[in-house]
Design a protein around this ligand. Structure first.
Ligand code: GLU
Length: 269
């Protein structure tokens, strides 16, 4: 039987300090947790943001640049920096990292999708390899880029027929601010207008997306029958506790009646 398969997305906020530097302690901690998950016979594919954030630090930007040329430049400097640390941390456990950079086009075309699928299937057979995916930001231009890794991670989850998509962020999950109080929504059975309204776009100087793209990602995954969990990446042992079944963050459950497509027929936004 095929081992269970998780796609785990790390947002820029989860990988950075408050000051915007790469948070090495946090990265090491997440690495350790992924190794624990691997030990439980789960195949893991990581989708990692953070390249542009690292590049911003290298180039001395305090605010995320508005223009695509500078974002592209930041990504070229930041991506190897990011991978350097993944390699460092994973290799201390005897694991290798495989970098896969994809563009919108790679997932939009049926033959290119197949190509990525075959590559990832092959990498997953190599038990000491951790595939780490990011958007190929330096060649992705304004009109045709994901821009956020939330939706990218959901397309990868669908493509690879994953059992779960886990999006780790710097928020606890989907929040309900109505009635003047802040309440975490632990379970979502159905993404309806109310849920969409709760997802307010959050923007920080370094990251992109916010809850809106996470809800989009959840919709894509759920339609393919893949449950999605959005949780705080700084919660202690978050991945291991999710494995143990703790209801951390927000769990978007699969509604069997609404499953509408599979790995072969994903329509990109
Ligand atoms: N691909 C971008 C990066 O690595 C980030 C996209 C995102 O934060 O979702 O910096």
């Amino acid at each position: 039987m095929r081992p269970k398969r998780w796609v785990v997305k790390f947002g820029t906020g989860v990988l950075s300090t408050k000051e915007g530097s790469l948070d090495l302690q946090q990265m090491e901690n997440l690495t350790k947790q992924l190794i624990e998950i691997k030990k439980r016979q789960i195949d893991v594919i990581v989708v990692s943001s953070g390249a542009i954030g690292c590049g911003m630090e290298i180039l001395g930007y305090e605010k995320r640049p508005d223009n695509i040329e500078e974002l592209q430049a930041c990504s070229t400097l930041g991506q190897p920096f990011l991978m350097h640390y993944y390699k460092k941390f994973f290799s201390s456990y005897g694991f290798h990292v495989a970098q896969i950079l994809v563009t919108y086009f790679d997932l939009d075309s049926v033959s290119l999708r197949r190509n990525i699928q075959k590559l990832l299937e092959n990498l997953l057979l190599k038990k000491t390899v951790i595939p780490i995916i990011n958007e190929n930001d330096c060649v992705s231009y304004e009109e045709i880029r994901f821009g956020d890794n939330d939706r990218l991670s959901s397309h990868i989850a669908v493509l690879m027929n994953a059992d779960r998509l886990i999006i780790l962020s710097n928020v606890a999950g989907l929040m309900d601010y109505s009635n003047g109080e802040k309440k975490l929504i632990s379970y979502v059975d159905r993404i309806d207008d109310r849920i969409e309204k709760l997802a307010e776009g959050t923007r920080s100087e370094r990251s992109v997306g916010g809850m809106v793209t996470k809800i989009e990602a959840a919709k894509i995954s759920l339609s393919a029958g893949i449950q999605v969990q959005i949780a705080d990446g700084r919660e202690k042992d978050v991945l291991v506790r999710i494995y143990d079944g703790e209801p951390l963050g927000t769990l978007f459950k699969v509604n069997k009646n609404e499953r509408s497509f599979g790995a072969d027929s994903v329509s990109l936004p």
